[in-house]
Design a protein around this ligand. Structure first.
Ligand code: ZN
Ligand code: ZN
Length: 258
């Protein structure tokens, strides 16, 4: 992740309403960038100084704000915003954030995984080869959408469940949603994987959270959907320990990330 500053130069007219219209349009523009995977909306902080608005924001790559990644909504809101400005925004890279890993830079990942938890705000798509996150705009649009609305919605719901589980509030309900492949949350996640796989032609696996699986008997060490053996050889494991190629499901032993 890289920290950027984006400075906007609203025109004189905007002063009349206290920049209300401008700020509204700016919110729509940043919202569109976020739904297209180009920035993290949760990271946006704006400072008003000398009639300019400077926003600090995080983006996955040094060229994330490039217009080549824009979708129709990003372009549309950018045009509206520019009608209220005297010039194009000034975009500067402050530096690489030390709070995040770098994004995947593989030319053509051989497989992917849908993964999130309560700490993850970046893309929930992980490259199977390097284990790093893949910026959403590097992936095709799915489910008839022009942005990644469903993927990001799934992630918000997933992270909320993970938080409930962690805080011990509605723990059983949350754990069932996270750990059962037939839960509404898992079903939606697996549909997202299937849709990405159809578009990319690459295998997309759904990560199943199984915190209590370490207490299970050996019988339970089978794929929870089809029942076939899914433990990988010790030499073959990376960040996952279980994989069912038929059901496109992966898991790890004791959730090393926690
Ligand atoms: Zn990679
Ligand atoms: Zn299976």
């Amino acid at each position: 992740m890289y920290l950027f500053t984006v400075t906007m130069f609203p025109n004189e007219q905007n002063k009349k309403d206290g920049y209300e219209e401008f700020r509204g349009e700016q919110d729509w523009y940043f919202g569109a960038l976020s739904k297209n995977g180009q920035i993290l909306i949760s990271s946006c902080n704006t400072v008003f100084e000398d009639d300019t608005y400077k926003t600090f924001l995080l983006a996955p790559e040094q060229d994330s704000l490039d217009s080549k990644y824009a979708n129709k909504y990003v372009n549309e809101f950018y045009m509206k915003l520019m009608n209220l400005c005297i010039r194009e925004p000034e975009i500067r890279i402050v530096g690489r954030s030390s709070d995040f890993e770098l994004s995947c830079n593989c030319v053509s990942p051989s497989w992917y995984m849908l993964y999130s938890d309560h700490t993850i705000t970046e893309s929930p798509i992980v490259c199977g080869d390097c284990g790093r996150t893949v910026p959403l705009y590097k992936l095709p649009k799915i489910l008839g959408e022009d942005e990644y609305y469903t993927v990001l919605g799934w992630q918000r719901a997933y992270n909320a469940c993970d938080n409930l589980f962690l805080e011990g509030i509605a723990e059983r309900m949350a754990y069932n949603r996270l750990s059962k492949p037939e839960s509404d949350l898992s079903k939606e996640g697996r549909e997202i994987c299937q849709a990405f796989e159809n578009k990319t032609g690459k295998p997309f696996y759904y990560y199943l959270f199984r915190y209590y699986a370490r207490y299970y008997s050996t019988k339970k060490q089978n794929c929870p959907i089809c029942g076939s053996e899914w433990r990988l050889d010790e030499d073959n494991t990376t960040f996952i320990d279980y994989r069912c190629d038929n059901c496109r499901l992966v898991a790890d032993v004791v959730n090393r990330n926690r």
